[in-house]
Design a protein around this ligand. Sequence first.
Ligand SMILES: Cc1cc2nc3c(=O)[nH]c(=O)nc-3n(C[C@H](O)[C@H](O)[C@H](O)COP(=O)(O)OP(=O)(O)OC[C@H]3O[C@@H](n4cnc5c(N)ncnc54)[C@H](O)[C@@H]3O)c2cc1C
Length: 505
Amino acid sequence: MRALSQAARVTEHHANPMPASSLHWFRDDLRLADNPALSAAVAHGPTLFLYILDEGGSRRPLGGASRWWLSRSLAALASALEAKGSELVLMRGDPAAILPRVVETSGVDLVTWSRRYDAPSMALDSRLKADLTAAGTRVESFNAALLNEPWQVATKTGDPMKVFTPYWRAARAVGEPAAPMPAPRRMASLPLPAALAAMAVSHAELALEPTRPDWAGGLRETWTPGEAGAAARLSEFLAGPLDGYGEGRDRPDRVATSRLSPHLRFGEIGPRQIWHATRSAIESGDASAGSSDVEKFLSEVGWREFSYHLLFYNPDLATENFNRRFDAFPWRRDEPALERWQRGLTGYPIVDAGLRELWTTGWMHNRVRMITASFLIKHLLIDWRQGEDWFWDTLVDADPANNAAGWQWVAGSGADASPYYRIFNPVTQGLKFDTAGRYVRRWVPEIAGLDDSLIHEPWKADAGALRRAGIALGETYPRPIVDLDLGRKRALDALAMTRSEDAPG
Ligand SMILES: Cc1cc2nc3c(=O)[nH]c(=O)nc-3n(C[C@H](O)[C@H](O)[C@H](O)COP(=O)(O)OP(=O)(O)OC[C@H]3O[C@@H](n4cnc5c(N)ncnc54)[C@H](O)[C@@H]3O)c2cc1C
């Protein structure tokens, strides 16, 4: 009798196996559309949607501006999930400890995530994949962040690429990026088991936003983090600034670029979506840009791909010179100068405008990123890593690949970099790209009263012009921190010490 009922139970068990369920671990893919890992999890069965704030370990801690963005982006994601009858579970701590516990207790048989490409994240992910697989759970990872995986693009001999133009040619030859997937229509939520309830934290408990002082007012005014905000930015860009992007993208005094970078950084939109939306806006006539504007825009998205390619093959990109000859470079330690640069008090208006735009909005125009970075590295001779660190803390789009690659590009130490001897002159750059001084006047209002001819070089104004503009040079606005010619000469002398082959003949 006992044996019989046991056999019956076994049969019953086989007839009704544990229903399939899944866990999607959100990381830098905070969106529902074109998220193949999320779609795979949802297609498999009821899904537990999890985000883990990982603040320890070997991963680089997020900067302040990125924490603010993340906070808002998680709130937007939670609302989007809620609108579909699902819930975002938040936890904080070491994913290597948390994830296996959640998987085991909730009994899910599939875990999905979107790949990351910085070395500590990749190490964590492969360890977790091995552990979970060994414990009998299927783990599937997908590409949500790039048009091509870093290893899909290579030289003819199979080596990593070091120069953008051939990189982009080879990337294009891989083929048209896959069409983006729509957001899953229906999503069944798997609730967090009661036994794990104590591990969940509220959004407020993540404490990602600044309180005392609350410096995020300018960020709140400027941005709408989240998938809907990203989609709106893209539509606005395609309907307007894309037309003329090739020329306009260098003008900090205009809204002429997409400003999608922080949305891309947090995966609120993916490059496949940008690619196809751009193409179809042109084909449908919704956007009137010419092919050179479109190609230029897509190639900028290509620079992001190239940066990730570099990071994948050079995990130390943010800390080590790509070109090791720069290891001998005689950087100066000059904390007061660094601080004046950070605060936008160098006495060079376009440099100061850029750093103040960064401080207030968490973003800086690309042309001005180049000018401010060049000024720090070359005119002040301060190590690019100190600038990279400041950007990391203050940019809402602070990105492990793009920021490091951008700084090394300007320093001349990077792959396919601007040669070190190319030193941006902040006055000529200002006159060329902010001709009427609109950008400077917006961010450096204390000199706004100067004529256009003096706005980029206030030290040339005579006493009358200064008086009329209400400026007391050295008091209301600083005198130049360094003489441009002397700074330039010092930089070139330092370069000669590295015996760089890049030096002019
Ligand atoms: C010193 C320095 C630091 C930088 N740090 C970052 C960073 O931390 N995060 C970041 O996303 N970008 C960084 N960039 C690259 C670039 O400045 C920004 O991506 C761009 O200004 C973002 O504005 P946008 O979205 O309007 O760009 P758009 O001109 O609209 O370009 C579309 C997208 O292409 C990508 N892109 C554009 N230019 C570049 C570029 N030069 N390199 C790599 N990708 C590019 C971005 O993802 C951008 O959102 C840095 C550049 C420099 C010179």
